[in-house]
Structure formats: C-alpha cells, structure tokens
Design a protein around this ligand. Sequence first.
Ligand SMILES: Nc1ncnc2c1ncn2[C@@H]1O[C@H](COP(=O)(O)OP(=O)(O)OP(=O)(O)O)[C@@H](O)[C@H]1O
Ligand SMILES: [Mg+2]
Length: 340
Amino acid sequence: MNQERLVLVVAASGDLQDLILSAVAAQQLHGQVAVSAAQAAAGWDQAETIFIAEDFAEELASRALPRRERVYLVGADETRLATWSTPLGAKVIVLPDGVAWLGAVLDEGSDKAGAPVVALLGGSGGVGASTFAAALALSAAKKGRRAALVDVDPLGGGIDLLLGVERAEGWRWPSLRTAEGYIGDIREYLPHIEGVAVVSMARESPADLAKEPLAAIVQAMRRTHDLVVLDAGRSLSGASREAVRLATKRLLLVAATVRGIAAADQVIRAYGGPVEVVVRRPAGASADSGTVKDLLGFPVVAALPEDKTLAMAAERGELAWMSARRSYLRACAALVAKAA
Ligand SMILES: Nc1ncnc2c1ncn2[C@@H]1O[C@H](COP(=O)(O)OP(=O)(O)OP(=O)(O)O)[C@@H](O)[C@H]1O
Ligand SMILES: [Mg+2]
C-alpha cells in the first residue's frame, strides 16, 4: 500500500463510495473517506487526488476551499456536475462511462507512471505544430530513446501522412478507441518510423476520439517509452483538452506576428495555462521573443528557425525531418533534452 499517495474520497457510504474505493484499492493506493464537508476540508491539502461525490458538491463549493490540482467531481448527473465543476475547480467524471477514466486518473499519478509527456499546441492554424511534434519524437529516437508520437487532432489528416507511414501496417485510433483501464505493451502493433511508435488518426473514418481511451493509451505508452509526444491540435475537443491535461510539459508554438500572438492568446484562454512558448518568426514577423513573452505572460523556451525544406519534403511525401536544416534539428534536440 502506498501511504504517501493519499486519495481523499468525499462520499457517503453507498455504491458510489464503494466504486471509487475499489478503484483506489486496485491501484494499491491509500483511500481516506470523508463523509462531511468539514472532514473533506481538513484533508484538502494533504491528499494527492480528491474525488467528490456529486451530493457534496454544493456544500463544498460554498466553503470556497483553495484551488488545487487533481480534484474530480464524480456522479451520474452531468448537468449537476457541470454546474459545480467551476466553483470547485474540479474535472468531471460522469458515470457509468467515466469509470475507466477514474482508473486512468489514479494510474497516471503512480510511481511507475513513466515517461514525460510533451503536448504540442498550435498557437494558430498551420504554424507547424504537427511537424514540430513529429520532429521532437524523431529527435528523441535518434538519441536512442524510445519515443512515441500520438495524434490527437481529428481534423489534421492523420500524422502518419506527415511521417510518410500512411501505408504502414499497424493499429490506428479506430482500433484503439475502445481502450480503457490498464493497457499492456502495444508497441508491436503500432506503425514505427525511424524508431518512433506512431498512434495516428485514420483518414477513412470520422474520428470521435474520447478522452478515456486517450488517457488509457497515453498511460500505456508512458510505461513502455522514454518520451511521449502528443500532437494536441487546436480542436478544443474533449480528447484535445485531455491531451493538455495529461502532459507533463505543454508547448505552445507561436508565430511572432500580430495575428499569431492574438490567436495564441485565445488558445491559452481556451485551454488554460500554464504553457511554455516556442516562437517561430515567419517572414514579416514583427515581434521578438521578449514581446511574445510579455504579451502572452508565459516563458519563451525556444525559437524555431524558419525552414522551407520542411514544407517541400512533406509535399513530396518524404519524412521532412530527414532534410530539415541543422538549426531546426538543434532546436528540437535542445527541447528533448529539457523534457527528460
Ligand atoms: N519551421 C518551419 N519553417 C517553415 N515551414 C514550416 C516550419 N514548420 C512547419 N512548416 C510547414 O508549415 C506547414 C504547416 O505545418 P503543420 O501541419 O506542421 O502545422 P500545424 O500547426 O500542425 O497545422 P494545423 O493547424 O493544420 O494543425 C507545412 O507545410 C510545414 O511543412
Ligand atoms: Mg497539425
């Protein structure tokens, strides 16, 4: 039993309390039950994760407890959960569908959670986020690290196409989207390119990737790789938001133009911070890194050079990374080193 990883379960005795406690026990974590708002408030700071049954939502919200991470509101009434999620600063787990996610949420905090997860968000459309996500994974693999690239953009056309592995055999999201709970080692079933395992969207079927399978697959990839890169896209879908939530590092690629910065600001508002900013300065860009930092309020951790060869290689169906300029590759390698 892991005594340090305390899970506070705010629920009266009954089915919901049993269900949460059994998920806690399955992960060998230590569950502490609170059956009143006062007890919940007393354990609020110590717990690593807090689950609140919907019946306690209103009473706890009225206590205006300090904001914190890893608070989950659990129940069957979606409208009621949505009402109280904001005042409590809590994510919502709607039962019965969310049971698997509940397990995944507990699993991700575990000692063996594994590799760092880098999520890439595009500050504006076509800024190069997918190319950069792929380049980070490829750069890690070149250094001998087991890297995985997971496509979370349902409207991106499939990241396998960007990598030139669209004809490669292997599983894509349609085969994986019923995944839930604990997933074992799936590496041998995935397409690989230059040592990178790829989970791609498929072009033939409309993608309706939910957050639960994404959480389950990302957890599985973290256990079997040294770095997991998520191309989060900008769709604001549940899966895209979940990608940002799962990430241990959130990179926002921003074009240093007036519109690029304005769009990036909206992406930050929509997804929430914190993010680390990577700046790209396309022709005509008027802002420098300092201005981008000041306007967005988040640190700039890298500048990505312009590289026309990327677009040309991608259009020819080649792996653009192979012909990328050295300055672009250096920027990727430096970020991979920091992500470890
Ligand atoms: N550093 C760069 N310099 C020049 N061109 C680039 C650079 N990075 C990416 N590109 C090119 O920009 C185009 C868009 O790239 P990409 O698809 O990676 O962007 P994105 O932000 O993922 O777009 P979307 O909004 O569609 O998801 C591609 O043609 C790509 O080759
Ligand atoms: Mg993209």
